[in-house]
Design a binder for this molecule. Structure first.
Ligand SMILES: [Zn+2]
Length: 512
């Protein structure tokens, strides 16, 4: 056993516990709330669920299954902080590299801390923003250690790409459309240097080996992370499809996030981009596709037939001006749909409870129509994402997303006195209050596999405030030392201005 594993033995163990709650929502949307319940946790699982007399004067708790975040990137700095507020995806992406790389452990740990305080036990990390401070393997190990220390489970999808670094066309073609004085530097910093599919696959294998050997496997599921069809050539996607079929490893990819990606897909794949992915063997129950905001009903039907999971990112799609995903249409076609936050929750705070409310408000149906039931909402917010993060077998084995004897003790404990602070009438369904007003500020405790990782709204495993202060100090000092940043930010601002007319006039369609 290595040092890291020995160190963690003390903190990474489930503790046996009794939780008395005023309300238990064991299977929200499917079963009614139960009053006055005692949960017994043992060896990481829920052992017993029994009635108990309410303790007079005790603060009331509501316990429900922890939520899952099926699409994210472990980015810790928020968009508006980077000067990217209001940019559509295409001009927003370059802003992610506007500040210098920082300590990957600090970045990941602070991001994970905010995620679990927002009510999430299982989160996807599509690792598209590499800090680049040490070797890739060292950085991956730092991310895995951060997940372990904070205590959540992550899917760790290694970003893979080999083309179109600046826009949805050859780099040379878009460079020619930019103002001349920024071309050289934009090319130098954003153009893609292709790395062979074999090398990219070998990197995924190396990270998976490191995760196993370092004892992180209970917290980290390594996945293939092709960034998107417009960023990955067909041989790379074919190689990933074959490797996934061979190894059983999950695949995580963006698809049809914006109207410009839709136009590109129709131009480059006139027979249909989804049938194309099917023809190369990429559509499988191991695949999660983020967004599908611009997918059409026949495409959704094929994704449903192949057992693909779709991760819908409601706030992100609003924040990056991408649109509103056809969630009702996805459900009507029988798709497995999961909630993602994509680092862009509505208040830039990774609040999964508010994200669930926003998605439900947009997709439940207008007037007397119901297009998303509460049961479907729950599967979306807490059940299906676990499969994207941990893989199908582990998700089925844990039984998470619902609280039952024998299921993994992945629990969210809310301060119910704070949520239900003006009770007047008997018989109001606690689920109504949950959907109407609960948010991250009400999260009192979070348990993952029986380990208490949030207590009184604070992270137990790391000193979040200290890590955040250290990270911000580190970045400010490298910004002060590196006078190039203001210049690079001005380049990106200029690029953003030039990409507007480029996409609006369809120039991304003329070079493919
Ligand atoms: Zn994303």
């Amino acid at each position: 056993m290595n040092d890291a594993s020995l160190q963690r033995l003390g903190v990474d163990k489930p503790s046996d516990a009794l939780i008395d709650c005023a309300w238990l929502l064991a299977d929200p949307g499917n079963a009614p709330a139960q009053p006055d319940v005692r949960l017994t946790l043992q060896a990481g699982r829920v052992q017993h669920i029994a009635s108990v007399d309410a303790a007079p004067g005790a603060r009331r708790k509501l316990v429900l299954p922890a939520l899952a975040n099926a699409h994210d990137h472990a980015r810790t700095f928020r968009s508006a902080t980077l000067g990217a507020f209001g940019q559509p995806l295409e001009s927003w992406l370059p802003y992610l590299g506007v500040i210098p790389g920082a300590d990957p452990y600090l970045c990941a740990a602070t991001s994970f801390a905010r995620t679990v305080r927002g009510g999430v036990s299982d989160a996807m990390v599509h690792y598209t923003r590499v800090q680049g401070v040490g070797t890739y393997l060292e950085e991956a190990k730092a991310v895995a250690r951060a997940a372990c220390d904070v205590g959540l489970r992550i899917g760790f999808a290694i970003a893979m790409r080999d083309r179109n670094g600046i826009a949805y066309c050859e780099d040379d073609a878009v460079l020619a459309a930019l103002r001349p004085d920024i071309r050289r530097e934009i090319a130098a910093r954003l153009s893609v240097t292709p790395v062979s599919a074999q090398q990219q696959l070998a990197q995924v294998d190396a990270v998976a080996r490191m995760v196993d050997e370092s004892g992180y496997a209970a917290h980290v599921t390594v996945q293939y992370g092709p960034t998107g069809v417009q960023w990955c050539g067909t041989p790379l996607l074919e190689a990933i499809a074959a490797a996934s079929a061979d190894s059983g490893r999950p695949v995580h990819m963006h698809l049809l996030e914006t109207q410009y990606q839709r136009q590109w897909a129709d131009q480059v794949h006139p027979q249909g981009i989804v049938p194309f992915l099917d023809s190369i063997g990429l559509l499988s129950p191991r695949l999660t596709l983020a967004h599908c905001t611009w997918a059409r009903p026949p495409e959704l039907a094929l994704l449903a037939e192949r057992g693909v999971t779709i991760a819908v990112n409601t706030s992100s799609n609003l924040g990056l001006k991408s649109g509103i995903a056809p969630v009702a249409g996805m459900l009507a076609q029988g798709c497995r749909v999961a909630m993602g936050l994509d680092g862009m929750a509505f208040d830039e705070d990774d609040d999964a409870l508010r994200e669930m409310r926003l998605a439900y408000s947009l997709h439940r149906g207008w007037g007397f129509e119901t297009t998303m039931t509460r049961g479907q909402l729950w599967s979306f917010a807490a059940v299906h994402g676990r499969r994207s993060v941990n893989g199908a077998a582990a998700a089925a084995q844990s039984g998470g997303g619902r609280i039952a004897a024998g299921a993994a003790a992945d629990l969210l404990v809310l301060d119910w006195d704070a949520v239900d602070d003006d009770a007047l009438l008997p018989g109001i369904d606690p689920m109504d209050l949950l959907l109407a007003r609960a948010n991250g500020a009400h999260v009192d405790q979070v348990f993952v596999g029986g380990r208490k990782i949030v207590e009184a709204g604070k992270i137990v495993g790391v000193d979040e405030a200290a890590l955040r202060a250290e990270l911000i100090a580190q970045v400010r000092s490298s910004l002060a030392a590196e006078r190039d940043t203001a210049h690079w930010k001005a380049m990106i601002d200029a690029l953003a201005q030039d990409l507007g007319p480029f996409y609006r006039t369809g120039r991304h369609l003329r070079c493919c």
